[in-house]
Design a binder for this molecule. Structure first.
Ligand SMILES: NC(=O)c1ccc[n+]([C@@H]2O[C@H](COP(=O)([O-])OP(=O)(O)OC[C@H]3O[C@@H](n4cnc5c(N)ncnc54)[C@H](OP(=O)(O)O)[C@@H]3O)[C@@H](O)[C@H]2O)c1
Length: 324
């Protein structure tokens, strides 16, 4: 069923479609945010790491919308895990806002705050300079809980947390994460994670719903076939599939015509959803597009690894350097 918004465990509502802003370049972001709000978006997804929050803020201002009508998300970057409020304050200043509706831990991996780069510090061998000997995302979550009383965040949540990571957080949480933002799409449907999140009152958000840069998932034949059947575009199938499963979608575009199109969510048939749920596994095409080389196994939580001295088992993944 088409859902225009979802209920968070704070009692607030979150609009079901957000404008994504990762890789929206200088000079593109403000006009994209303004265009999105003017055509009906009420939700913008950003991050400190996207290095474009000033423009996101300009777009919000230019749209003329009342702040209270908007849902703005930003994210804590990994070099600030020991001091989430400092990162939040920088984001708020850049956005020109007093508060965000949702503050997410971008990745559950602390990075050395005093390393050789303020965003992505590396070790001499080129691997990421993790700050995990005396800190962990569990401590970060506890520090983020403290933000709830500052009035600067309406809700807090996580991103890139598998079930194993969420379980570790839930063991100590005084505040249950409102959301988990993950890569979710037809080639990575995260069926178990969605069920887990629902059982814990956590709203799942789907990043890279179109397959990220160049929207490659639109070309999948199964998506094209379902689009033809419903007389809609492939992108609308990809977004409706997630929406119908109760997942927030964050399509990114800097192209006004696409921004508008991506708002169109329809009811797919039960058999479409079932076919898309099975597609990645049955076709052997299971795939992630955003897989930065953290050097961490995200299926086994760092807290578990540390407590069982298995940290050495973390294989260094030398994939592409993306950070979403
Ligand atoms: N939490 C995390 O770690 C994380 C990681 C990745 C992403 N995210 C969030 O999720 C958002 C979305 O993910 P994403 O940016 O990776 O990718 P995406 O939204 O799956 O795809 C974006 C790409 O699709 C194109 N596109 C958008 N709408 C289209 C349409 N209707 N027809 C044809 N092409 C279309 C865009 O082109 P144009 O812009 O040129 O129109 C862009 O190349 C991000 O922007 C970010 O806010 C979060």
């Amino acid at each position: 069923m088409v859902q225009t918004e979802f209920k968070l465990n704070t009692g607030a509502t979150i609009p079901a479609v957000a404008l994504g802003s990762w890789q929206s370049g200088p000079g593109e972001v403000a006009q994209a945010v303004e265009a999105a709000i003017k055509c009906g978006y009420r939700h913008v997804d950003g991050a400190f790491m996207y290095k474009n929050e000033e423009e996101v803020g300009q777009g919000i201002k230019k749209s003329g919308i009342d702040r209270k009508e908007l849902f703005v998300t930003t994210k804590l970057w990994s070099t600030y895990h020991r001091n989430p409020e400092a990162c939040l304050d920088e984001s708020l200043k850049k956005l020109g806002l007093d508060y965000v509706d949702l503050y997410l831990m971008h990745w559950p991996v602390p990075l050395n705050p005093k390393g050789n780069d303020p965003y992505l510090p590396t070790r001499p061998d080129g691997s990421r300079d993790l700050d995990t000997d005396s800190w962990s995302y569990i401590k970060t979550w506890q520090a983020m809980e403290g933000l709830m009383s500052t009035g600067k965040v309406k809700a807090i949540g996580v991103s890139n947390c598998s079930i194993a990571y969420l379980e570790e957080i839930l063991k100590i949480a005084k505040v249950v994460p409102a959301c988990d933002q993950m890569e979710v799409h037809v080639l990575n449907p995260e069926l178990k994670l969605n069920d887990f999140c629902k059982s814990k009152g956590i709203v799942l958000q789907a990043y890279s719903p179109l397959g990220s840069t160049g929207s490659p998932l639109m070309k999948e034949q199964i998506v094209q076939d379902i689009a033809k059947k419903h007389d809609i575009e492939a992108g609308n199938v990809l977004l409706s599939y997630l929406n119908n499963r109760g997942i927030v979608v964050l399509p990114k575009s800097v192209t006004p015509s696409r921004i508008e199109k991506n708002l169109k969510i329809v009811d797919l048939d039960k058999e479409d959803i079932e076919a898309l749920n099975k597609f990645a596994k049955d076709s052997g095409k299971l795939k992630r597009f955003c897989n930065p080389p953290w050097g961490v196994d995200f299926k086994v939580s760092l807290a578990t690894l540390m407590s069982t001295s298995l940290k050495a088992m973390c294989a260094y993944d030398s994939g592409q350097n993306t950070m979403g």
